[in-house]
Design a protein around this ligand. Structure first.
Ligand SMILES: [Zn+2]
Length: 199
């Protein structure tokens, strides 16, 4: 993160110089992070050890999103292509198959790294890092929320057979709302409102 922040400051050059001393000490860099596994074709070249394999890759990465300053969090720099791999910074690549245990291990490893992260100090500039765990697909989301089945809603634990019961109220796990709305969860909420209104 120090390297990323240093390059950003270098890139911004004169823009940084226009800031007051207080503003220079109030910079916050927002980044998103996440992990995912992938399969690739194995070639015929042999490894020295037969048990080694590069068939599976598991990678975690970080993408810087916004550099803000001051109490009003004014935007100094913004990633013009947040969904592109252009600013993507790979953090750890492992030749290992993606399972929920591996995903959880990676998430815990990453979270422990984030708690240990300190400000980036470059001369009179100080940058605080804020990391958002938002780069998740269905598999990673289910692993992170300890949801065993993809047919189960990670927000309220409802299974596919329960989705049709519109009257039954289910408690939402607030911490899991960070991962966005499960489509069926959103739809049922909407229809429930609709029915109540029409009655
Ligand atoms: Zn739900």
């Amino acid at each position: 993160m120090d390297h990323t922040a240093t390059l950003l400051i270098l890139h911004l050059g004169e823009v940084i110089e226009c800031l007051s001393n207080d503003e220079k000490r109030s910079l916050i860099l927002f980044s998103k992070w996440g992990c995912d596994g992938s399969l690739q074709i194995e070639y015929k070249m042999k490894f020295d050890h037969e048990c080694d394999s590069d068939a599976n890759i598991f990678q975690s990465s970080v993408v810087p999103l916004q550099l803000v300053y001051g109490p009003e969090k004014k935007i100094l720099w913004q990633d013009p292509t947040p969904s592109s791999l252009r600013y993507c910074r790979p953090k750890r690549i492992r030749f290992i198959k993606e399972t929920s245990d591996i995903t959880n291990e990676e998430i815990n490893y990453f979270k422990s790294q984030i708690t240990a992260i300190s400000r980036t100090e470059i001369e009179d500039i100080s940058i605080k890092h804020k990391m958002l765990f938002t780069m998740v697909d269905g598999k990673a989301c289910n692993a992170a929320t300890h949801t065993k089945s993809t047919m189960r809603c990670y927000i309220c634990d409802a299974t596919s057979s329960e989705f049709n019961d519109l009257i039954k109220k289910r408690a939402s796990k607030e911490e899991n709302l960070n991962f966005g709305l499960f489509l069926l969860h959103a739809r049922i909420r909407f229809f429930l409102e609709f029915i109540t209104c029409s009655i």
